[in-house]
Write a protein of this length. Sequence first.
Length: 165
Amino acid sequence: MFPIPLPWLIVGVLVSLFGTYQVGHHYGWLERDNDMKIAIAKKNDEARLIEQNMSEKLNQQSAKLQEANDAINKKTTALAVANRAGKLRLCPTSNVQTPTSASITSTDTKATSEPDRPTNEPSDAERATIDAIAEIVAQGDKNTVALNACVDSYNQMRDLLNDKR
């Protein structure tokens, strides 16, 4: 009785159901993609804000490091000036030198053995030694300040990132 239209009707219903499913699936993925784009944009904005905070903290830490290095340089310069002026001395050595007050009696005034500079003035070798010690101390201070600044920066960044989790 109805032999031919019934199979075509079933095939048509199946094709329309499959087409409806495919269209819904397609628009569902498009909606999901748009939602993901919004979520990604939100996360990117949060990340930019965190990066701004991190860069501000790093800039502050760099400024502190620069100030500390400037203070160390001023101290080093002051030590160098004091050393050139002869105000710095090394501790006297443990061996006792004979006093120069024991004079040799001589009638020739040109042949007397007097030092070129007063005895309380440091020698050139002593000044060079003091300069080397001052340079070593300054480099150690700079390294210590840089290491402490690095550790402080790391701790600040870690705290900043861990607070966001």
